[in-house]
Design a protein around this ligand. Structure first.
Ligand code: HEM
Length: 198
């Protein structure tokens, strides 16, 4: 079942996505390791009521950060002329927007787990550029993936605080987001890790 067939390249839940490289049981142990539990799922779902109305504003902040850092935006440049591929940026932005909702949805089932490995491949040379059929930079260096966790989650916090929730609620939502993005970046690392070492 495709969760949103109208977003080009968003294959979450479809048979186009190969199975995850780890089992659900192994994923459970990973969740346990980052202290991600049911209360985090609830906090993420609470955050969804806020982030769903602010997706474009959140993306403006994140894209602004990537766009103002030449070493990051370089991954969106066409190899041929070194110019940003605006169609590529736009297509990825749509899937990124959907990712905000999927992350906040907190439904981390088998289809979700499978898609995390797909997102990992899309950052690595094994799969980058293929979804949008572009000839942009071929690879994203691994070191920037965990690094981006910090600005992404730090800049999200003000959006979680906009609807008058208590400090404790905002903090719980923010911590849940940090844990979820950490889990995802770990799963996305799979193609970067030497075979047998993940
Ligand atoms: C916490 C770290 C990161 C998050 C949360 C994140 C999130 C995402 C998401 C949700 C997508 C779309 C996935 C899909 O196709 O459904 C994506 C794609 C992409 N991201 Fe990231 N990303 C991170 C790190 C980075 C870094 C460090 C760079 C560049 C330096 C980067 C550049 C890109 C590019 C170029 C694509 C398109 C890949 C393709 O060709 O399909 N991302 N990212």
């Amino acid at each position: 079942m495709s969760l949103n067939p109208t977003i080009p390249g968003y294959t979450y839940g479809t048979s186009a996505v190969p199975g995850a490289a780890i089992s659900m049981e192994e994923f459970e142990l990973l969740k346990k390791t980052v202290l991600f539990g049911e209360e985090d799922v609830k906090a993420l779902q609470q955050s969804k009521t806020m982030v769903k109305d602010q997706v474009e504003a959140i993306l403006d902040v994140w894209y602004g950060f990537v766009g103002s850092n030449p070493h990051l935006v370089s991954t969106f440049l066409r190899v041929a002329d070194g110019q940003p591929d605006m169609e590529y940026l736009g297509a990825v932005r749509k899937r990124f927007g959907r990712w905000i909702l999927d992350t906040a949805g907190g439904s981390y089932d088998q289809a979700w787990l499978d898609y995390q490995f797909e997102i990992g491949r899309r950052h690595h040379r094994v799969g980058k550029n293929m979804t949008d059929k572009v000839a942009a930079a071929p690879h994203i260096p691994f070191r920037y993936l965990p690094a981006l966790l910090y600005p992404v989650t730090a800049t999200l916090r003000p959006f979680l605080a906009k609807q008058g929730h208590s400090e404790a609620e905002v903090s719980a939502m923010h911590q849940a987001w940090i844990k979820s993005v950490l889990l995802q970046v770990i799963l996305w690392s799979y193609p970067y890790v030497k075979e047998g070492d993940f």
